[in-house]
Design a protein around this ligand. Sequence first.
Ligand code: RRO
Length: 365
Amino acid sequence: MYHHQVRFIITNSFSSPHQPSPAMAVHPPHPSSTKQQPFFHNETQPKENIFITTHPISFFGVPLVNLNTRISNLELSNPTMLASGIMDEDAGSIQRIIDLGAGAIVTKSIGLIPREGYPNPTIVELEYGLLNAMGLPNPGIDHYGKELQQITKSKTPIIGSIYGSNASEFVTLGKKMEEYGVKAIELNLSCPHAKGYGLEIGSDPNLMQEIIKGVKNSVSIPVFVKLSPNVTSITDLAQAAEKAGADAIVAINTVKAMKIDPEIRMPVLANKTGGYSGKAIKPIGVRCVYDIAKNVQIPIIGVGGITTASDTLEYIMAGACAVQIGTAFYSEGLEVFRTICTDLESWMKHHHVKTLTDLIGVAHQ
Ligand code: RRO
C-alpha cells in the first residue's frame, strides 16, 4: 500500500513485543580516522569492517578498559540502557535484554490503570527512524508490579518509568514502583502526543516541579526526569527539574512529527501526529544534552538515535554519563548492546582511554 517513504507499519499490540527487522546500518566515520583505518564503518564499507584494531581488549578475561558509569547512586557495568517503550512489557522480555548485556533497563511508562492506547496504525517506519503514537498502552501499575517483582532482584538496575496527570498520581505510582523493587524512578513528562499527560504537563515548569518534589518526598530511590525537545528551552526545564530535586535528566523523548501519505491524502497514523525516533533525531538529542550539560550539575542520560559506539561517544562527549537505546533494535537487532560495548572498548583501547567516565563532557573543553 505504501510505496515510497513508508517502509512498513507496525500495529499496537500490547501483548506481543515488537520484532526488530534487519536492515543495513549506516555509521559516520570517526574524525580521527583520516590517516588510519577507520574505527566505525560508513556507508561505503561492508559491515564486517565495523572495527579494525590490533589491540587486545582484555587480558586473561579481565577488560583493559573500564565501561562502568554511575547515575546518582546507581552503578552501571556499561553505559547502554534499554529506553522506555520497547521490549519492556513483561518480565520475560526484560530478562532477555538483561541477558543481552544492557547496563540498565527502563520499563514501559506505567499509569494507575490499564490503558489500551490509540487505535492502529500506531507506528510507521520512515526513512531515518520510526514515527509512533502508541498512546501509552500499558497494563496498569498493579498488574505490572507482578511482572516487575520477578526481575527486580537482578544485578542490572531496573528503572520504573511512570506517567500521570497530576502530582498525586505520580506519587502513588512512584511509591508502588519502589515497593516492587526498582532502583530508580523515571518521570515521563515528555510524551509528545498523550492528551493530559507527558508534554502537556511537562512543559509547565511549576507543575513539573510540584510533581518532582512530591515524588522526591515520597520515595528514597533516585528520581530521573525525562524531558521533551518539543519546547522553547529544554535547558530551562532541566534547570527547573534540578532545582526541584531531580537526581538526573533524561534527554530526549521523541520529536513531534507527522507523515501524510499522498495516495490516501491522509495522515498515516490514526492519531495523525506522533513522536519521531531513530537516527534522524540524534543531532537534536546531542545538541540538547550539550546545552543541558552547560547549565546543570546533575547527571544526564542521553537518548535519541543511538545506534553505534560512535553515537554513544557523541552523547558522552556532549555530557551524558549513559545512553538509552530503543529504535536501534529495528536496524541493528538485539545484539546492539554487546556490539556497542565491544566497539567502545576497542575505541578506548586504541585511544589510550582507560575509563569511559573520563570522556564525559570532553566536547566542552
Ligand atoms: O506511548 C507512546 O505513544 C509514547 C510515549 Br509514552 C513516549 O514517551 N514517547 C513516545 O514517542 N510515545
